[in-house]
Design a protein around this ligand. Structure first.
Ligand SMILES: [Zn+2]
Length: 331
């Protein structure tokens, strides 16, 4: 993906494109930010733009064409001058950084600038980080190291002080919708929901299974509707049984989903709408439900489910605790 097609983190785009234009790519970068916000994509685009055979000018400076042999090979991960290092097991090992420091002084084999991407750079063991440090002190001008991390504070201060740091933030809902529309076209309802569910993290959008989410949500919504009318204790007990039988981890997931629905209901009950509502595709149904339950009662629900979540940490019987909570709230 070229800079022109990347969405979000505009300031970083500007900095990188201007550096590329001036031929002043730093020898060491730290790309810091939560997982899935596009750090790796930006690093790859920088590598492409620096080596692209066409290197078109667009946006803030030099961009990649995404069509020439080099761009295509960098995208495919088969370009010898772009090397990626990832943790082997829990850590990046010293053998890996030694291989890097031996390799980094060679000139580019085919392009103009070599790139060494270190994914999960916070998992460099101290020994491995120290071995890297000497290289970062006197880096060869035709090689660039990019340290990608969600925990920049875990890097050695001596490494941090030698690098140019760019911070990456999650995309706004609007940016996320733009990104999804351009790259993964689907219905407006799906795009809206996905943009909200993934909390601005591009990397999550491709892994998120909307149909599973909707199915689970449907069950919980029906449960809320039963609780709101309070007239079908048998079905409510069935719902409690369904939740209570889940494994602890899945139960927690259900509680997260339940919390997200409750948050939407509270927002709707206070007259909010639009971007703040996560489950935007069922906003009408949620709106009706919110009106039926009312804000005061909803606040009770929020409190009760918070308690349920807290109790989950001390090993309670999930099923009976859920039953008790649901029946109490349905009264
Ligand atoms: Zn190109």
């Amino acid at each position: 993906m070229s800079f022109a097609k990347l969405i979000g983190n505009e300031r970083n785009k500007e900095i990188l494109q201007r550096l590329l234009e001036r031929g002043q790519i730093a020898s060491t970068f730290i790309f810091a930010g939560p997982d899935g916000v596009g750090k790796r994509q930006f690093a790859l685009t920088m590598a492409k733009a620096a080596n692209c055979q066409k290197a078109p000018v667009g946006g803030f400076g030099i961009d990649s064409c995404d069509e020439c042999v080099r761009c295509r090979r960098i995208d495919a991960g088969t370009y010898g001058d772009v090397v990626t290092i990832q943790p082997e097991g829990q850590f990046i090992k010293i053998a890996q950084t030694r291989a890097l420091t031996a390799d980094i002084y060679y000139r580019p084999r085919e392009g103009r600038q070599r790139f060494f991407m270190i994914d999960g750079a916070d998992r460099l063991r101290e020994e491995a980080a120290s071995s890297l440090l000497k290289t970062l002190e006197e880096p060869p001008p035709t090689s660039t190291v990019v340290l990608l991390t969600s925990r920049p504070e875990a890097l050695l201060p001596t490494i941090r002080s030698r690098a140019q740091r760019l911070n990456f933030a999650p995309l706004s809902i609007f940016e996320m919708e733009q990104y999804l529309t351009a790259n993964y076209p689907r219905s407006a309802a799906d795009t809206g929901l996905l943009a909200r569910m993934t909390e601005g993290r591009i990397g999550q959008a491709t892994a998120f299974d909307l149909s599973v989410y909707r199915q689970e949500r449907r069950t919980l919504l029906e449960m809320f509707e039963l609780m709101a009318s309070g007239d079908n204790r048998f079905r409510l007990l069935k719902a409690a049984e369904y939740l209570g039988k889940k494994e602890k981890e899945d139960f927690e997931k259900e509680l997260n989903l339940l919390t997200s629905l409750l948050r939407d209901l509270v927002l709707l009950a206070t007259g909010k709408s639009g971007a703040e509502i996560v489950n935007i595709d069922v906003a009408d149904r949620l709106g009706e439900l919110a009106a039926k339950i009312g804000l005061l009662r909803l606040m009770d629900w929020v409190k009760k489910f918070d308690e349920l979540r807290a109790n989950l940490r001390i090993n309670i019987n999930r099923q009976s605790a859920t039953e008790a909570a649901l029946l109490e709230l349905a009264e």
